[in-house]
Write a protein that binds this ligand. Sequence first.
Ligand SMILES: [Fe+2]
Length: 107
Amino acid sequence: MSGTKDALWQAYTGEAKAALRLKVFAEKAEEEGYAQIAKLFRVVARSEEIHGARALRVLKEIKTTEENLAESFRVRTGGGGSCVQPVREGGRSGRGPGGRSPFQPES
Ligand SMILES: [Fe+2]
């Protein structure tokens, strides 16, 4: 991977992490009664999402909806570093033993 492409991927993941962290901080602020601080966290989180989306566009990772669906399925079923992994013994129903979700947290 080129230096520029690698830097764009790092930017994308950094922005995504920052956005999630800020959204969680907003939830906590809301719980503690700091409505204005929660709003501030959400506004900054949204700006981080915009930055991350820009990196994805520059990387040409935004394709047709059909291609995006295929990529999302590939990632969710274990091919691309998702935070969940499929339960492979799930059979045709996609459900694991005891009707478990086809996805489980990565250990
Ligand atoms: Fe940013």
